[in-house]
Design a protein around this ligand. Structure first.
Ligand code: APR
Length: 248
């Protein structure tokens, strides 16, 4: 692993256009559970029953009561961890340009990254189904479920439910950033959900170096990634940043 830490530190130090693609794994150390695998959210609740747009339209109160309230409690208290902070440092040093995240917790922005493409939207805001007004989560009165906008419309999280398209501008910008980067840092994603999992393929096809950080191998590992650093994202990023300081 030490050799790979040194290799990643050297690769990143020499780059001016790194793009990170992050998934739920990067937020585990902030107390946010993953979707899949041990303790994953989808182990407890069926995504098709509670995270699909059709389910929400059929019975918004049911989805609000289970998924949204559970997610709201988690995201309202979560703080960025060392991995989020390291990506913010890489942007400060002019190495990292953009974070493409599948997460809806807003932790990258909280850590200080300024160009974050939220592929699946975020849970920090609610949006009115009628007038499209956006309201910050902590301003939403959830004593009445589903919560209503002043105009009487039902509020929904400003995230992308299953069954909904990725906002076109997010998709286009992500594809462009992936095609232009010289390194893609893929952190904490099982790389099974499309089209997010396509970004590393686009990066690879554009001759970028694809570096994975994960607890375990993913479908990208032997096909697309140049190498994988197996470990917790917070610890691995700390070791890479420490190694980069030795180069300075
Ligand atoms: N450090 C690094 N990686 C980790 C850690 C950790 N501490 N803990 C878990 N992981 C890895 C797991 O090995 C797994 O590969 O993070 C990944 C989490 O996978 P998922 O839970 O599937 O999350 P993600 O890949 O973001 O899911 C994609 O699916 O359900 C939808 O919209 C949801 O955005 C989500 C999308």
């Amino acid at each position: 692993m030490e050799k790979l830490i040194k290799r990643a530190a050297k690769d990143l130090s020499g780059s001016k256009n790194v793009v990170a693609l992050t998934g739920a794994g990067i937020s585990i150390e902030s107390g946010i559970p993953p979707f899949r695998g041990k303790g994953g959210i989808w182990e407890k609740i069926d995504p098709m029953e509670f995270a699909h747009i059709d389910a929400f339209m059929r019975d918004p109160a049911k989805v609000w009561n289970v998924l949204i309230k559970e997610m709201k409690n988690i995201t309202d208290t979560a703080k960025p961890n060392d991995a989020h902070k390291a990506l913010a440092q890489l942007e400060k040093h002019g190495i990292l340009k953009t974070v493409i995240t599948q997460n809806v917790d807003g932790l990258h922005q909280m850590a200080g990254n300024t160009d974050v493409i939220e592929f699946h939207g975020n849970f920090a805001w609610q949006r009115c189904m009628d007038c499209n007004r956006k309201i910050k989560n902590d301003q939403v009165d959830i004593s009445q479920i589903p919560p209503k906008c002043e105009c009487g419309g039902i509020l929904r999280p400003d995230c992308v439910f299953f069954g909904e398209p990725i906002p076109t501008d997010h998709l286009m910008r992500s594809q462009q950033a992936s095609a232009e980067c010289d390194i893609m840092l893929v952190i904490g994603t099982s790389a099974v959900v499309q089209p997010a999992a396509l970004m590393p393929v686009i990066a690879k096809e554009s001759n970028a170096t694809v570096i994975e950080i994960n607890l375990e191998k993913t479908p990208l590992t032997d096909q697309i990634s140049d190498y994988i650093l197996l470990g917790k994202s917070g610890e691995v990023m700390n070791r890479i940043m420490a190694q980069m300081e030795r180069f300075d």
